[in-house]
Design a binder for this molecule. Structure first.
Ligand SMILES: [Zn+2]
Length: 238
């Protein structure tokens, strides 16, 4: 209760604004206003649907928490370019729910955030896929392995490339450390935004080349909208 008064007092002088639309926040709201929170909820992918796509050749199953649209776009942009990690709190509950469902259904040996190259790491100071892994926190069993999969070189921007060009562009971009642990293993890749899937697919290709049995991907957001690819959705998690 005291905390509530204190918060009200602070907001008298420093009114809090919605991080996406800049509307003033009610006392019980944090980060997002009610409208933006509802918009965020509307972007959630159905939890029991795995995405299948011919471009995910080496990925067994792909799940995503949200469609990549406003306000997910603004939230991830804020994390990536303004270092506002706290914005991810808005996605936390749903992301943990999905991660727990996926993990409880499959026996993974490790969880691997998709790495970024050193140059990007120096520029941004963090890897967003790792921030996503940290957000899921200690609830993640099996362990998150950050230094297992390594990005060996800088990749020219993928944004203007077609799906096929992206696959060529990314080919050979990863390497593995501690190879003996891959054979027969089952791994869950984590990424922030899934666009064509070329990057995750390349990581999966390498892991399978070294004997991995199963590679799945959990992404925070996917650029397609659920309705637009409803034909590609496959029910069930197995
Ligand atoms: Zn808002």
């Amino acid at each position: 209760m005291f905390h509530h008064y204190k918060e009200a007092f602070i907001r008298l002088f420093y009114p809090a604004m919605c991080e996406v639309c800049r509307a003033s926040l009610e006392l019980e709201e944090a980060i997002l206003c009610r409208k933006c929170s509802e918009d965020l909820d509307a972007l959630a992918w159905p939890m029991d649907q795995t995405l299948v796509d011919e471009s995910f050749e080496h990925l067994d199953h792909v799940w995503t928490v949200y469609a990549y649209d406003s306000p997910v776009k603004e939230l991830l942009y804020g994390v990536k370019y303004a270092r506002k990690d706290y914005l991810l709190k808005t996605c936390r509950k749903r992301a943990i729910g999905l991660a727990q469902a996926v993990i409880s259904d499959h026996e993974y040996d490790a969880i691997l955030p998709i790495p970024i190259d050193r140059l990007k790491l120096v520029k941004r100071h963090f890897n967003q896929a790792e921030v996503f892994a940290e957000m899921l926190g200690s609830r993640l069993m099996p362990p998150v392995q950050k230094s297992f999969l390594i990005k060996r070189r800088s990749i020219p921007s993928q944004t203007s490339l077609s799906q096929h060009e992206r696959a060529i562009n990314i080919y050979g971009a990863f390497k593995l450390r501690r190879l003996p642990r891959v054979r027969g293993g089952s791994f869950l890749l984590l990424d922030d935004v899934l666009t064509t899937g070329a990057t995750a697919n390349e990581a999966a290709r390498l892991l399978k080349l070294h004997g991995a049995r199963r590679i799945d991907l959990l992404a925070l957001a996917r650029t397609d909208h659920p309705q637009s690819i409803s034909m590609k959705l496959k029910l069930g998690r197995s």
